[in-house]
Ligand binder design. Structure first.
Ligand SMILES: Nc1nc2c(ncn2[C@@H]2O[C@H](COP(=O)(O)OP(=O)(O)OP(=O)(O)O)[C@@H](O)[C@H]2O)c(=O)[nH]1
Length: 305
């Protein structure tokens, strides 16, 4: 995160200079008010607003890469902050009646800032539409970042359960098939032990991209736990689900993942299983799915025993 803030050094410096310039102008032209002249309600209201605008700028710059949308939002918020900051200064510094520029300094940046913010939010909205299109196979019209796993980032088990509840209700109402496929990497623990946990993490991230590329628009990929992924397949019967599962297993077998340190190619295999929903609750369907996976794994485990 600090590296993201570094990207915005210029904007932060400009904001710092503008705020100080305003302060110096006020100090040069006016006199400090005595403590007994301070109006605490105004100081809290105006100073608090300026402080909040600074927090918004910080959060914005910490979470976004540089670019047009960030520039518009940061400039807009910067102008709003400046307006509130100048508004706050006259609580501490009294300017003579002959001074008129303070009204300009206080009022002019606000509408400019709001116009820039509006433009920024408009372009942000367009950017979000593009991002949402990319996220379709991870979210299916429901975003709740707390339920997303940070590594991949896919929805976790709770997210899957919620989505399953909605999809099962829809499928039984409209009498449409719905299936689940589960994928579990073989011997992932050994990769962790041999190449380290960080390499294992990197592999899970790459694998996520690979699986997403091999799915249809309407499918939803979630990470159930560790190296175990589940795909929710709407409008899909068992035969088609099996075909999709076979394609995913094949993609994993052909995936030429290279380790970051030595560039060594890892030979990957995955065990897959599918179930089709038949009057199931999310829990019973997931239970059946786990049992199907255990059955699919058992010949392999028997061989390695
Ligand atoms: N790198 C990494 N490893 C994880 C993560 N979550 C779980 N693991 C590891 O994943 C491994 C899962 O172990 P197992 O369920 O036995 O799976 P496996 O080694 O693939 O064995 P089989 O499934 O029986 O082939 C364990 O070594 C966990 O420590 C993670 O987020 N990152």
């Amino acid at each position: 995160m600090p590296s993201l803030l570094k990207l915005h050094r210029l904007k932060l410096t400009a904001l710092f200079l503008a705020a100080n310039l305003g302060l110096l102008l006020y100090l040069a032209a006016g006199d400090l008010k005595g403590f007994d002249e301070w109006v605490w309600l105004d100081i809290l209201g105006e100073g608090g607003s300026a402080l909040l605008a600074l927090v918004w700028i910080g959060l914005l710059l910490k979470s976004r890469p540089a670019g047009r949308v960030t520039n518009l939002l940061a400039l807009g918020l910067g102008a709003v902050f400046f307006s509130w900051w100048i508004d706050c200064l006259d609580e501490f510094i009294r300017l003579p009646d002959s001074v008129h520029w303070d009204h300009w300094l206080e009022s002019a940046p606000m509408p400019v800032g709001l116009v820039l913010l509006t433009l920024g939010i408009y372009h942000w909205h367009r950017e979000q539409l593009a991002i949402s299109a990319q996220m379709e196979k991870r979210e299916r019209l429901f975003r709740e970042h707390r339920l997303f796993d940070k590594l991949t980032p896919l929805g976790g088990a709770d997210y899957l359960r919620r989505q399953l509840e909605i999809s099962l209700a829809g499928a039984s109402e409209e009498n449409r098939p719905l299936s689940l496929a589960i994928l579990d990497l073989d011997d992932f623990g050994a990769i962790n032990r041999r190449f380290g946990h960080a390499e294992g993490d990197h592999l899970l991230q790459s694998l996520t991209q690979l699986l997403l590329l091999n799915l249809r628009r309407q499918d939803l990929l979630c990470r159930l736990a560790g190296d175990r992924f589940v795909v929710l397949l709407p409008d899909t019967g068992e035969t088609q689900a099996r075909q999709i599962a076979d394609e995913l297993a094949l993609a994993v077998r052909h995936f030429a993942h290279k380790t970051r340190q030595q560039g060594e190619r890892l030979q990957l295999n995955a065990t897959m299983a599918v179930v089709m929903a038949v009057q199931d609750s999310p829990e019973s369907l997931l239970e059946r799915l786990n049992q199907a996976l255990a059955r699919a794994k058992s010949p392999r485990l028997a061989r390695s025993a």
